[in-house]
Design a protein around this ligand. Structure first.
Ligand code: NAP
Length: 267
């Protein structure tokens, strides 16, 4: 197999990203002579950087704030990237840039391996309506017997998201989203900085609800810590981040990465 010419993460800014640490651990473990580098790319330069990377036969990931804009840079999109309208993984095939989305599979797999999927039928409350919430809605769409309720402080964004996915509706209030939901997902950045404001007061969640926070922090986000203190099963977004990265590695190299080495690199 021919290795990519270069392996990069495109973001702005990207200095705080954990991805280089665990991707480089996976590359070392596989014995590939490549380094995964974070590239800080201003939005205005994204298209020209994408053209340069195509010429270099690069592969890599795309993160905030470029996931949606990168769709237009790709010649070919996987069905899931087209459906979600966002790319987080790319590579070059026959000289053309291919875009895919492993956030959907990463979220799906992380929920199953941490808090577990509730028994069908069940409702999922999604707080936030940005790019990450779209990946969540796409995963929920695949789950047997699951429906999604989207709440966002900007109601129009929740409505647009709901229009895009099956069995998904926008709701007007946070309580309406959360009451009776078996899984509550934080898809806002609240908690990322360690601030104490919770995306949802833990007391609002049903006693048997599971909580999944897309934000991540060492030791868990404040919301995850508070949900666990209430006796709920809860996970932060680190398992999802690792799994979307592992799935990206599988796309680039057609083989599974050393997941244990990836986990150790960020523990
Ligand atoms: P985004 O496109 O900017 O969307 C953010 C959403 O959160 C929007 O609905 C926004 O509402 C809302 N929001 C932002 N600040 C808020 C606040 N202070 N209070 C209430 N709502 C607020 O961002 P994204 O790409 O979807 O990412 C969302 C989060 O998921 C980030 O923390 C990101 O790091 C995380 N994420 C994690 C993974 C992982 O692998 N674990 C993967 C992807 C994303 P408005 O429209 O009103 O601004």
């Amino acid at each position: 197999m021919e290795l990519p010419g270069r392996l990069v993460l495109l973001g702005h800014p990207v200095s705080h990203s954990l991805s280089p640490a665990f991707q480089n651990a996976a590359l070392r473990s596989a014995g590939f002579p490549l380094a995964y580098e974070a590239l800080d790319v201003a939005p205005a330069n994204l298209a020209s950087v994408a053209r340069l990377l195509t010429g270099e036969r690069a592969a890599g990931n795309v993160t905030v704030p470029h996931k949606e804009a990168f769709v237009a840079c790709c010649t070919t999109l996987s069905p899931v990237a087209r459906h979600v309208g966002a790319v987080n993984t790319f590579w070059v095939e026959d000289g053309a840039l291919v875009g895919d989305n492993t956030d959907v599979g990463g979220f799906d797999s992380a929920v199953r391996s941490t808090v577990g999927l509730p028994a069908a039928p069940f409702a999922v409350a999604v707080i936030g309506a940005g790019g990450a919430a779209r990946a969540v809605a796409a995963a929920v769409e695949r789950w047997h017997g699951a429906t999604a309720r989207i709440w966002s402080r900007t109601a129009a964004r929740a409505g647009q998201l709901a229009d895009r996915f099956a069995r998904t509706r926008a709701v007007a209030g946070l309580e309406e989203a959360v009451r009776g939901a078996s899984l509550v997902v934080n898809a806002t950045p609240l908690g990322l900085g360690g601030g104490e404001r919770h995306p949802v007061p833990p007391a609002l969640l049903d006693a048997d609800a599971r909580a999944f926070d897309l934000a991540y922090r060492r030791g868990g986000t404040p919301w995850v810590v508070a949900c666990r203190a209430r006796g709920l099963a809860a996970s932060d977004g680190l398992p999802m981040l690792l799994e979307q990265g592992a799935l990206s590695f599988e796309r680039w190299f057609a083989r599974a990465p050393d997941r244990e080495a990836m986990h150790k690199a960020v523990r």
